[in-house]
Design a protein around this ligand. Structure first.
Ligand SMILES: [Fe+2]
Ligand SMILES: [Fe+2]
Length: 251
């Protein structure tokens, strides 16, 4: 198998502040990520939202303190829990823009904030479709990745669907015409891979929340990208790993 051109440590739904979620566990996981990142090409720490439980200042500060010393390029977007109590203000102050880009020679990643204040459902908004199209349009020969908190396609075994992004159809169309290769999100707390035409959609699990579903456990995902394949490795809190699946990537 060819050497990966990028390794994404995809964390989501940390939920600092939720009863039972320990900052010490988060620090231990980040330590493990930093160690693994030393041996890989182009590591990226991607955190797709729900950093906090209630969007409160003290929760954001605890999260920020935990990640600020991590010496890996980082992309962070907020989730619906971070938008509670107008947490957006704290997010922007501590982490910067809610819409960001990350590019290497081989990969172009666009991260969007799909959350809205005091609304658990997701929404990207048509104002952002041209930005996504333009960004991916300039990244023709790269692996094109969209990262966001909410899912665009329903995830099985997560109960009744009620908060897929409200403009999912238009976002999916925008991604399809932009030849997006991979969508990375969280929110459902259950890891799952879908393929839709030429696109792979990956939902990672919750890192630390007690609100897991069925037989799933708390995990993050180490995603190894080669030019034409993504391998999704689930990593448990104790460091144990297993491959959830591999998907062909269309560039
Ligand atoms: Fe969550
Ligand atoms: Fe969420």
């Amino acid at each position: 198998m060819p050497k990966p051109i990028m390794t994404i440590f995809h964390l989501s739904d940390v939920h600092i502040g939720e009863p039972g979620v320990e900052v010490a566990d988060f620090l231990k996981i980040l330590d493990g990520v930093e160690n693994k990142a030393k041996d890989v090409t182009a590591p990226l720490l991607l955190i797709t939202g729900d950093l906090t439980s209630e969007g409160l200042r003290e929760e954001f500060e605890a999260f920020h303190e935990a990640v600020e010393g991590v010496d890996i390029p980082m992309v962070i977007v907020p989730g619906n829990h971070d938008e509670r109590n107008y947490g957006t203000a704290h997010f922007e102050e501590l982490f910067g823009p809610r819409f960001t880009r990350h590019e290497t020679e081989d990969v172009a990643l666009f991260a969007v904030d799909s959350s809205e204040p005091d609304n658990d459902a997701g929404h990207v908004g048509r104002g952002y479709y041209p930005q996504i199209r333009d960004f991916f349009g300039l990244a023709k020969n790269k692996i094109k990745i969209l990262a966001l908190h909410h899912h665009l396609l329903p995830v099985p075994h997560t109960g009744r669907e009620h908060n897929v992004v409200e403009d999912a159809g238009d976002v999916l169309w925008t991604l399809q015409v932009s030849r997006c290769s991979l969508v990375l999100n969280g929110h459902r707390h259950v890891p799952w891979i879908w393929r839709l035409n030429d696109m792979v959609h990956y939902t990672t699990g919750t890192l630390l929340s007690r609100r897991i579903r069925g037989a799933t456990t708390q995990v993050y995902t180490r995603i190894e990208l080669t030019r034409n394949e993504a391998t999704f490795n689930l990593v448990a809190i104790d460091g144990a790993e297993r491959i959830l699946g591999r998907s062909e990537l269309i560039v």
